[in-house]
Design a protein around this ligand. Structure first.
Ligand SMILES: Cc1cc2nc3c(=O)[nH]c(=O)nc-3n(C[C@H](O)[C@H](O)[C@H](O)COP(=O)(O)OP(=O)(O)OC[C@H]3O[C@@H](n4cnc5c(N)ncnc54)[C@H](O)[C@@H]3O)c2cc1C
Ligand SMILES: *[C@@H]1O[C@H](CO)[C@@H](O)[C@H](O)[C@H]1NC(C)=O
Ligand SMILES: *[C@@H]1O[C@H](CO)[C@@H](O)[C@H](O)[C@H]1NC(C)=O
Ligand SMILES: *[C@@H]1O[C@H](CO)[C@@H](O)[C@H](O)[C@H]1NC(C)=O
Length: 354
């Protein structure tokens, strides 16, 4: 028996890491292995998480799931920002969001109940073409370094094991008979991975520019018709700022384009009063693919036949553009679907839950 593989999490993007964290916080760290082709510190066009901007925004969906995940995510990230930002790479940042049209009023009303320093900006202060705008304290995340923080926390503090391996199918994650549950957190691979092959999944490409502009302190984003523009200072990064962006549905092209760079520079200097105030350096353009899914993310328990035996599989993929802000809440829901299985793992060492 290999008790470390009682639970297998496939994928080490933010979604897999958050599932591992929720399980570890519940006492299952030593029963858990994360298996992934790419691990924190890697870059690859099919490893989305390191490319995220990364902020908490009202751009997420308006359905009950999205609302719950956002709220859980905001409180989780706030805690990390309060505790030790220089270690977690999550920081409170002033944020402004503007809408040209289709303002999600009901959603904003619900979010206003927990967002710190929430306010609606007066109509007379809005730039031309903007219908509605809010200010609040967001949480900005240095995505690649936050992921490395999570991996270190999971291994050093909770005893989680990480294995670098590309699985030929999701069934392969069940190769150890001691494995009682597998979490499928494979992002964009969900569309093609044997055993999953979810046709509802599609990539949403975004090009961003990594710049060095230490004078920028405010997160700002404008949601327009057919465009998304944002300026996001990266915490603990020596003044790096992410400028964006694009939301290109169904596009999975990892190249970057000079005309998109021009468009980003043009839009962000108009949007952010701070950005153009001093010289700034463009470090590099990047393109990332948000793992999107028609109908929203899939967080669901399922059964799967492996070598004639029924095994437990939990899906957790399709986070689209919100894996960092919604990931912790999605993980809480994903883990909840297998309470009964987890209880068995505890066996004799059952502990009462607080
Ligand atoms: C430009 C851009 C900006 C963004 N900004 C934000 C933001 O500000 N806030 C926010 O919340 N979100 C943001 N996002 C979205 C966020 O990045 C994604 O929602 C998130 O990264 C999805 O994470 P994931 O874990 O599902 O996928 P991934 O990070 O792609 O991880 C997939 C994992 O599965 C593994 N895997 C896949 N197939 C296999 C296999 N066969 N065998 C083994 N392992 C396998 C991979 O190796 C990897 O470890 C942004 C995205 C982009 C592109
Ligand atoms: C889970 O891990 C604990 C150690 O923390 C161990 O005592 C227990 O046997 C493991 N459970 C299973 C089913 O492997
Ligand atoms: C800001 O956050 C939203 C939602 O989390 C996300 O879709 C958007 O891509 C983010 N911007 C950047 C640059 O990451
Ligand atoms: C695992 O998740 C991916 C999406 O990340 C999906 O395409 C695939 O179908 C899933 N596998 C199974 C067996 O559900």
């Amino acid at each position: 028996m290999a008790p470390k593989e009682s639970i297998v999490v496939v994928g080490a993007g933010i979604i897999g890491l958050d599932v591992a964290l929720v399980l570890a916080e519940r006492g299952y760290g030593k029963n858990l292995t994360v298996v992934a082709e790419h691990l924190p510190g890697d870059t690859a066009v099919d490893y989305t998480s390191p490319w995220a901007g990364c902020n908490f925004s009202a751009i997420s969906g308006s359905d009950a799931n999205a609302l719950r995940w956002d709220k859980l995510g905001y409180s989780h990230l706030s805690k990390l920002a309060s505790e030790r930002p220089e270690e977690t790479f999550v920081r409170r940042t002033e944020s402004i969001e503007l809408w040209d049209e289709d303002v999600p009023h009901q959603k904003i009303k619900e979010m206003s109940e927990y967002l710190e320093d929430f306010r609606v900006l007066p109509a007379e202060e809005l730039p031309v073409g903007v219908k509605f705008a809010i200010g609040f304290t967001t949480l900005t995340i240095n995505a690649p370094l936050h992921m490395r923080f999570l991996q270190r926390l999971l291994t050093d503090h909770y005893g989680v094991q990480f294995v670098r391996q590309k699985l030929p199918s999701i069934q392969a994650a069940f190769s150890n008979p001691a494995t009682t549950v597998v979490f499928n957190c494979t992002g964009n691979a969900a569309r093609t991975l044997a055993g999953v092959e979810d046709a509802k999944c599609f990539p949403t490409r975004g090009q961003v520019l990594l710049t060095r502009a230490p004078h920028v302190q405010t997160n700002i984003m404008r949601h327009g018709k057919g465009y998304e523009t944002y300026v996001i200072p990266r915490p603990e990064s020596n003044g790096n700022v992410v400028l964006g962006g694009f939301m290109q549905k169904g596009v999975s092209d990892g190249s970057t384009y000079s005309y998109e760079t021009e468009s980003i520079l043009d839009r962000t200097t108009k949007l952010s009063p701070e950005l153009g105030q001093s010289e700034y350096e463009i470090l590099a353009p990047f393109a990332g693919m948000r793992p999107s899914r028609e109908g929203g993310a899939r967080v669901e328990r399922d059964g799967i036949e492996v070598a004639g035996e029924k095994r437990v599989l939990v899906h957790n993929y399709g986070a689209g553009g919100t894996g960092f802000q919604a990931g912790y809440g999605m993980a809480v829901d994903a883990v909840k679907t297998v309470e009964d299985v987890l209880r068995q793992l505890r066996g004799a060492s059952a502990r009462p839950r607080l």
